[in-house]
Write a protein that binds this ligand. Structure first.
Ligand code: FCB
Length: 442
């Protein structure tokens, strides 16, 4: 790890950590089921056979978790609101209490309205789900809007579409491949309708959290380049283009349902900021007629691209390559691609899975990525915030509890929380950023 201090970020830069409702809350019996509850109940769906019924029991232990956030010294906490909980009696009361506790600790609450836990019975293949989402967003804003100043509509609609509906490794477990595209469109429409609903409720400072990463062509061969471009369209442009330019990439709009032109006007409602979840780039080549793997997810041979290993890089315990400069490349590439249409950026997730309390590998990962972010800033990208994924070890979707992304270790037998070395590193880094002033920026 480099020993020179991390360069200073601008005053007002927002430092935070992220979590999501289904991954930490537990208290599943106090809410209606989501598609994830249905999915995990099916044998073989989650690798260790676990469920999120208890998870970190954050629902009951949120005060302890807010105290951890306060000790850490973050400016902001990104969590998600569970739609099925809000639909259940007393469900909004929990977020009321959480937001109050955060405000009392001087931490800015940054709720995400949808982080994959769709109420069971709803379906993103149905257009109507978008309108329902906007109604739900309005209800949450109505209750929390007096204390919440920053909102995120959706988390990673790309992964929810691809993993949940195209490849079937996430809930709801569909394997529609390209027939899953309406799921992308309806989520984008839901986002736009929710932005309008939030603004109508008086909310400002609205963003979205999209996962992005550079697509590196496996070679200079035109077939590999075409495959990498295709991957770039699917993972990066399919969501960013309509949001930022009001248009789908060439050839995509025709595949989408409904009055696409009219919908795109809603999708492209101006955003106050754009959230990027960054983990790693992908090396992409022409199809090889064999199944490949994307971050641990099996990819069928019939896709028009194949994902190759990134050699000569350390790998996290999840097998994801550690490539900090990919973050600089991604952000400068976005600035070049979207120009003035790109609002200020926040990194809404970045992190890694490693075992152990003395997690020096995580420290190295985070240190490298924070420096890479600063390079993007120096290159002129307007970056306003950085959120580590995640505060706590948690239910990592189809991987169950086997992947630990937390700055804080959770013993899932006792639910005891123990800060890791990376927690101390992040806390010290935040103190240094503030020039030892020792207080958080509000
Ligand atoms: C992201 C998800 C988040 C978590 C991290 C590791 O894709 O948004 O919930 O699973 O990956």
């Amino acid at each position: 790890m480099a020993t020179d201090p991390i360069p200073r970020f601008p005053d007002g830069f927002l430092w935070g950590v992220s979590t999501s409702a289904h991954q930490i809350e537990g208290a599943a019996e106090l809410r209606g089921p989501s598609v994830w509850d249905v999915f995990t109940a099916e044998p073989g769906r989650v690798k260790d056979g676990s469920t999120a019924a208890v998870a970190c029991d954050h629902y009951h232990r949120y005060r302890e978790d807010v105290a951890l956030l306060a000790d850490l010294g973050v400016d902001a906490y990104r969590f998600s609101v569970s739609w099925p909980r809000v639909d259940s009696p007393g469900g909004l009361d929990f977020y009321d209490r959480l937001v109050d506790a955060l405000c009392a600790a001087g931490i800015r609450p940054v709720p995400t309205l949808f982080h994959w836990d769709l109420p069971a019975g709803l379906d993103w293949l149905e257009r109507d789900t978008a309108a329902r989402f906007a109604q739900y967003a309005a209800r949450v804003a109505d209750r929390l809007g007096d204390r919440v100043g920053t909102w995120i509509t959706l988390n990673e609609p790309a992964e929810h579409t691809l993993l949940g509906h195209a490849l079937g490794t996430h809930a709801p477990g569909r394997t529609l491949l390209f027939d899953a595209l309406p799921v992308a469109h309806h989520q984008l429409l839901a986002h736009g309708l929710a932005v309008r609903a939030l603004r109508a409720a008086g909310a400002g400072d609205i963003g979205i959290a999209n996962s992005h990463g550079p697509a590196w062509a496996a070679s200079g061969d035109p077939a590999d380049r075409r495959a990498a471009d295709f991957y770039d369209v699917l993972l990066n442009r399919l969501f960013a283009d309509p949001l930022l330019t009001g248009r789908y990439p060439d050839g995509i709009g025709e595949l989408m349902p409904g009055d696409v032109e009219a919908d795109l006007e809603i999708v492209a409602e101006p955003l106050d900021w754009y959230g990027v979840n960054y983990y790693a780039p992908a090396r992409v080549g022409a199809p090889r007629g064999v199944d490949t793997e994307w971050g641990g997810v099996p990819l069928p041979a019939e896709l028009p691209f194949s994902v190759r290993r990134i050699e000569d890089r350390p790998l996290t315990d999840f097998g994801w390559p550690v490539v900090p400069e990919g973050l600089t490349e991604l952000l400068t590439g976005f600035r070049d691609r979207y120009g003035d249409r790109l609002p200020p950026v926040m990194i809404t997730e970045n992190g890694c899975s490693y075992e152990g309390l003395d997690d020096q590998d995580r420290v190295t990962y985070l240190d490298g990525h924070v420096r890479a972010l600063h390079r993007a800033l120096r290159a002129g990208v307007d970056v306003r915030g950085y959120f580590v994924w995640s505060l706590l070890d948690n239910f990592e979707w189809a991987e169950g509890y086997a992947r630990r992304f937390g700055l804080v270790h959770v013993d899932f037998a006792t639910l005891e929380r123990t800060p890791k070395a990376s927690y101390g590193w992040f806390r010290d880094m935040l103190r240094e950023q503030r020039g030892q002033r020792g207080h958080r920026l509000r």
